[in-house]
Design a protein around this ligand. Sequence first.
Ligand code: KG4
Ligand code: ZN
Length: 374
Amino acid sequence: MTVLGIESSCDETGAAVVRDGTLVLSSFVASQHDLHAEYAGVVPEIASRAHVEALLPAVRSALSEAGVGLGWIDAVAVGNRPGLIGSLLVGVAGAKALAWSLGKPLIGVDHVRAHLYSGVLGERDGETERRRDEVKAPAGVASGGLSPSQDLFPALGLVVSGGHTAIYHLESWTDIRRLGATIDDAIGEAFDKVATILGLPHPGGPNLDRLAAEPGAADRAIDLPVSRLAPDSLDFSFSGLKTAVLYEARGVPGSGGRFPRKAGSLGAEQRRDLAASFQRAACAAVVLKLRRAIEQAGARGLRYRSLLTGGGVTANSRLRRELASLAAESGLGLLLPAPEYCVDNAAMIAGLGGVLLASGMRDDMGLQAVPTTA
Ligand code: KG4
Ligand code: ZN
């Protein structure tokens, strides 16, 4: 089954063609970063208008890159939740129009769940197979006779992005329960705000990742807090860590709310060490909660087979290493998205859409754009 996917939940307009749920024939993403840069954040009205202009060119690019015409498309999948309502409406309206005019099925896909799915995507047959091979059943669990998707479950899921930070329990691609989520900032938001404090240009997360990886960067130079919350909590909190970085950079504000030091007063070495120390604390918080989730499941006699990860922050070099170590030590198969599928894209929408369609799910012209996740 060949699915055309459409993504427009925030500030990227994506269109992709994916065959049989995993084989990405094309994935085109038009970013609006430049339009929002001067406001230091996404302006919803600007985002909606930009999606209107970018959507059809994105679909055309995805089709031509895949070497297929609209007649080859078996179904249309669209990210219909969660996100900015005006942005979602553009993608949903476009997807409905295409599905209706082609007489093909339409399926709405939850963007956060699609991030969980993004690790199974591959560009070529060989690549897809390689990704599947990375998912090894833990010792003692027979995998013979099961399809690759069944091998994954029950799975522990992690989404770390600019808008979401949450842990999930997955019995299948349709039976998903959230175990915990951030109570304040998303981790990507913390990366972006800390990057601003350190004077790094947009995009903050990748630039901070690069600064923290510079030779000599000392990740233990500054002792920053790793939020634990209640002993059994699987929720996250990143606002305290972000404030700790701000105070480290500018000093603790006095009675008038003034900082003792000006912005930009840190030396190159201090900025590098602070970036590395922040990244260490942020990654430690994620790994700590995943370890807790694995232990809590173990106490109930449940053994996860795999760790499914997604979202922009899974592009972070340190987090990728730490997730690989955690998975190895816990006997979990690890699915990390390829770098291009970490951030928002339509391939993950088309991929998961294909799986949902294959399981018999369909939407009709009543499909709604919804700002919240399922
Ligand atoms: O998944 P995504 O594109 O959008 C949302 O659904 O929110 O994630 C974007 C987030 C941004 O906060 C960006 O700074 C962060 O992912 N990000 C990174 C890296 N690459 C992207 N954060 C840390 N290290 C990176 N290498
Ligand atoms: Zn996203």
